[in-house]
Design a protein around this ligand. Structure first.
Ligand code: SF4
Ligand code: SF4
Length: 255
């Protein structure tokens, strides 16, 4: 890897209609260089897409492909994708071919060379800005085709990832607003269950005995039983309510 650092062009925020020049093709000499030694943070929806792609349960996927780091001070568990031990290659990279999970690759792999940042005001107004990220070894900016941010989001299938990431960011915002400090071990377990381990959440919430399910609208239970994406949305909001709403009812306290 180059000695140069990755650079985010904070000086030039892009709106949806703004454009940038970039092309990533197998002909580029750097092809797949970005799939080595990468600090790839996985978001809740990344896990759901990848474990479905691999036809495995989320707990199995998490154990085999990810590491967890608990944020110092926040106590929030953060997932990163494991790389191959000796080569530091992404476990989903097939030499000479490319990404073996391309249609379900993580949001960060789709969004590059853009970074999406959202700002949520106290009255819940959201402002979205995109920024160009320049990895030093990336040749994608040389003779790159012009795209608007909107076109890039559509072409790379980023919208469902953004929608789920916004719900996750609501959850983190609620933590900040509630003034909750570092999460304790039980809270970390609940956070991990609802945000990352969707099959274990399904076992616990839909199939096990718990008060929350009996208190929920049967139509909601029907919907989340049949649709895994809806279950993930529900699970993240369950974490928010459970840990950061300040509610002390029996349902919120029971786990
Ligand atoms: S152009 Fe950039 S994104 Fe594409 S393969 Fe090369 S390093 Fe990766
Ligand atoms: S998931 Fe695919 S695109 Fe992303 S780093 Fe791994 S091989 Fe590369």
């Amino acid at each position: 890897m180059s000695e140069q650092e990755c650079y985010i062009d904070h000086e030039h925020p892009l709106l949806e209609e703004d454009s940038f020049c970039f092309s990533c093709t197998p002909e580029k000499e750097c092809f797949t260089a970005c799939c080595y030694d990468v600090n790839l943070v996985l978001m809740p929806y990344d896990v759901v897409r990848l474990k479905r792609r691999l036809n495995m349960r989320s707990d199995e996927f998490l154990k085999r492909y990810t590491s967890v780091h608990v944020g110092q001070g926040s106590g929030v568990p953060v997932l990163t994708m494991n790389m191959e031990r000796n080569s530091f290659k992404c476990l989903f990279l097939e030499e000479g071919k490319g990404c073996s999970v391309y249609e379900d690759r993580p949001g960060a792999c789709r969004t590059y060379p853009l970074a999406r940042m959202i700002h949520r005001s106290v009255d819940d107004q959201i402002t979205v800005r995109h920024y160009v990220v320049r990895e030093p070894d990336c040749r994608g900016f040389e003779a790159g085709a012009r795209h608007s941010v909107k076109e890039w989001i559509e072409h790379e299938g980023i919208a469902p990832y953004n929608a789920m990431n916004d719900i996750f960011s609501e959850l983190l915002q609620a933590k900040n607003e509630a003034g909750v400090g570092s999460l304790n071990a039980d809270q970390i377990e609940q956070f991990y269950l609802g945000c990352y381990n969707i099959d274990a959440f399904r076992d616990f919430f839909l199939n096990g005995p718990n008060l929350d399910r009996y208190m929920e609208d049967p139509q909601v239970i029907e919907r989340i039983s049949q649709n895994e994406d809806a279950l993930l949305e529900y699970a993240m909001r369950w974490v928010k309510k459970k840990l950061f709403s300040g509610c002390s009812c029996v349902g919120c306290k029971a786990f």
